[in-house]
Each structure stands twice: as structure tokens, then as C-alpha cells.
Design a protein around this ligand. Structure first.
Ligand code: AMP
Length: 281
């Protein structure tokens, strides 16, 4: 595995590979790697060169405390990636942002609800860093997890609208055997916290079942919010049904691809999860 922290050097190497006809797959991450990230890396093996980036992007954190507490374990990540990817890109903040960016990316209605509503400025930071990484690496394909569903939909929109020459692939959510969605933030949970956090996915599954049984969205929301309230130590921030245009649904359209999305706090750790109503898992 080649490791670069310098923009010009990684571009030099990748240009050489491109000239030999090799395709490039990019997996952007913020590190503290787990099997969820690994599934993206496995998907990226469809390309000749797999590039993983690790960069805790300060621009996408709306709370200084959250940025400070974000898990960082570069030595462990390097060990994890060894023999699993071809190139690791670990730029410093200074390498990515010599000056604070003046350009911002506004995703309009796509970015104004859910994560956009509760984390002001978050998607601008995501948009800027993903656009930069795509411009630096110039991959044929970039891989994102459906765990961050809104992020995936918004990046796909950005790439389409700005005619960026890259394919965007969305990869399924990888879960612990308990159903808890894998996340770098889970390392901050105690064992008891992990048990509480598994209730998040249970609520999503219950919601899907209620809708299957012809419950309305408002009935389902009130039942599931009641269920979440009954779980001690779980504090829900939002629980919404959305379609692929990030429009909040107030009634079920069986033709639409509807997902139920949740954000909740456990032990002060903010966790997100989602489930497509049509999915079987
Ligand atoms: P992060 O390091 O949390 O910014 O995540 C980097 C990429 O991995 C994003 O595209 C995430 O959506 C994806 N990812 C994180 N956790 C999971 C998971 N449990 N399953 C699938 N993809 C994931």
C-alpha cells in the first residue's frame, strides 16, 4: 500500500496508473475504519486501483466538541488497510484547506431537512470535501455507504448537476449481528450504550412492519416515537419518512422508494440509521 499526504505526489502516481489504462476507485472516509468501510473497499475492487482517503474534515462538523471527540486511530487504520487497498491518501487540514474555503455548496431542498436541519453547515462541508477529493483523485468511480443516505443522494445529485466525470456507487449498510449499524462513532459507546443503540434499528424494522400492515405514516410515527421514548438512555432527534428526492412523506406512496430515517443520541453520541421500506433485511 502506498501512502500519500501530499496532493501533487498522489496525483503524479495516479496519473501514471491512468496512462497505463488503469481505472481508479475512490473510497472517502474519516477513518476509525470498520467492516462498513471494508464493504466499500471490496466494492471498489471492481477498479484496478483502490484509493482510500482518511480525512477528518473540520468543515463538516458544526460542533467543535464533536470534531474534537471524533475517533482518530491512524496507526490502527493503516494496519487495517495494509494488503486491502492500493493507495491511502491522508492529507493534513493544511494540505486540503490552505485558507478557509470561500466557496460553499448549497444543496437546496435536498440538504435542508434531517441532517441538514440539525447540523447546519454540515452538507456544505461534505460537498466541498467530496468535490475536492474527486478533483484531486479523479476517480472513475467513488463509493459511498447508504448508511449516510442523505449524503449519498446529495453527492449523486451534485455529480449529475455539475457534470462531474465520475460514477457514484451506493453500498448497503453493514450491521453488527445485533442490527446496530456499524459506525466509527460506536467506539465511543459503552457495552450498555451499544445495547441501547440496537433499539434504533428495532424501531426502523417495527416502522416498516407497521406500514406493511397498512398503518398510516402519522400512526406509525407516533407508535415508534413512543417506543423510542420508552427506551431509557435513547434520545431521538428526528424520525422521518423520505423519498429519494429528500421530501418528507406524510402518506405512503407505494410506487415511491421510501426510506425511514432516524438520528438519536446514546451516551452523548449522535447515531444515524435508515431503512428502505421495500428492503427485506
Ligand atoms: P465515515 O468514515 O463515517 O465518513 O464513512 C465513510 C464512508 O463509509 C461513507 O460513505 C459512509 O456512508 C460509509 N459507511 C460508514 N458506515 C457504514 C456502514 N455501516 N455500512 C456501509 N457504509 C458505511
Amino acid at each position: 500500500m502506498r501512502i500519500y499526504d501530499n496532493l501533487t505526489e498522489i496525483q503524479g502516481y495516479l496519473n501514471q496508473r491512468k496512462r497505463s489504462g488503469d481505472s481508479i476507485g475512490l473510497v472517502p472516509t474519516m477513518g476509525a475504519l470498520h467492516e462498513g468501510h471494508m464493504s466499500l473497499i471490496n466494492a471498489a475492487r471492481a477498479c484496478d486501483v483502490v484509493v482510500v482517503s482518511i480525512f477528518v474534515n473540520p468543515l463538516q462538523f458544526n460542533m467543535a466538541e464533536d470534531l474534537k471527540k471524533y475517533p482518530r486511530q491512524l496507526a490502527k487504520d493503516k494496519e487495517f488497510l495494509k494488503d486491502r487497498c492500493d493507495v491511502l491518501f491522508v492529507p493534513t487540514v493544511n494540505e486540503m484547506y490552505k485558507d478557509a474555503p470561500k466557496v460553499s455548496i448549497d444543496f437546496g431542498s435536498l440538504g435542508s431537512i434531517l441532517e441538514g436541519e440539525f447540523r447546519p453547515g454540515h452538507f456544505n462541508g461534505v460537498g466541498v470535501v467530496v468535490a475536492k477529493l474527486i478533483n484531486i483523485i479523479q476517480p472513475d468511480t467513488a463509493y459511498f455507504g447508504l448508511k449516510d443516505l442523505q449524503q449519498f443522494l446529495l453527492i449523486r445529485q451534485m455529480v449529475t448537476e455539475l457534470s462531474m466525470p465520475v460514477n457514484i456507487v451506493g453500498c448497503p449498510i453493514i450491521r453488527e449481528s445485533t442490527g446496530l449499524a456499524m459506525s466509527s462513532r460506536n467506539v465511543r459507546l459503552s457495552d450498555a450504550g451499544r445495547v441501547i443503540a440496537t433499539e434504533i434499528f428495532k424501531g426502523l424494522q417495527m416502522a416498516r412492519q407497521l406500514v406493511k400492515n397498512n398503518c398510516t405514516i402519522s400512526e406509525t410515527k407516533s407508535q415508534i416515537l413512543g417506543f423510542y421514548r420508552s427506551v431509557k438512555g435513547l434520545e431521538v432527534e428526528y424520525f422521518e419518512f423520505v423519498d429519494d428526492s429528500m421530501i418528507i412523506q406524510s402518506k405512503i406512496d407505494h410506487q415511491a422508494n421510501i426510506a425511514v430515517c432516524v438520528a438519536a443520541y446514546v451516551e452523548g453520541v449522535r447515531l444515524i440509521d435508515n431503512l428502505y421500506l421495500r428492503s427485506e433485511n
